[in-house]
Write a protein that binds this ligand. Sequence first.
Ligand code: GZL
Length: 307
Amino acid sequence: AQTTNSGGNSGGGESKTISLGFSQVGAESGWRTANTKSIQDTAKEVGFDLKFSDAQQKQENQIKALRSFIQQKVDVIAFSPVVESGWDTVLKEAKDAGIPVILTDRAVDSADKSLYVTFIGSDFVEEGRKAGQWLVDQYKDSAEDINIVELQGTTGSAPANDRKAGFEELIKSNSKLKVIASQTGDFTRAKGKEVMQAFLKAHKDIDVLYAHNDDMALGAIQAIEAAGLKPGVDIKIISVDAVKDGMQAASEGKINFIVECNPLLGPQLMEAVQNVVDGKPVEPRIVTIESTFTSEQAKEALPSRQY
Ligand code: GZL
């Protein structure tokens, strides 16, 4: 894990510079890169002393980083938990040290809600429902079975669990919609390509791919094209994130429907940090605003996308 400091002055000014320890999942996807940029840029803008750690998608590195922030007696700790479980011990250590914790992007499954002040992030179940709804609408009159393969996000992560649950909740309304294979691609292009190659080898009759993020969808598109098939035509593709490369593929008709997952959480996070330090109330759940794009809509939106 690497930790970098940025922003803030070295003290000596009238008000103490707020120090924020942030543990980031990693740098696995375009979404993550945009999310990191938003956090680092906003911390700099507001003059916080940001201690930033990249966990390379390993929970043990995040726990180490959180412990280091506790040692450094930062004012606030924030992090995006790579998986939902296994945080209670270190969160209790932060609580015992009197350091408030803010969750961004992904949630934890701790029963004790006093272990963190707020969770700022998307509603992943709703994202899965939006993906499922589009598919139900596309195939409402289908006479044959529609064979779906699913590239799941990181095993045990909130987005993977919830995008799967929301999607299944919606498609169960049409018994023709069948998920014939579902496996993790760990949110990366490389793994998405590898798993899609395996799906294509095992199944000759795939109609739809549901990918939990654009990076896996983009990897899968490489595998689909290498197999001599047309992505978006021979195999319909639904994806989540709406990062620039995903929107580009959508504008070319290679992805048919994208559910946006907004990574620009920096401003909401820094506002929550300031309010926590000022002893002001903070909503326990702050949901990010986001939409969806068909291929046509992606083409129109692409020029103005920030990430
Ligand atoms: C979602 C975020 C997910 C993105 C992926 O909020 O946690 O992790 O959808 C990223 O692209 O890797």
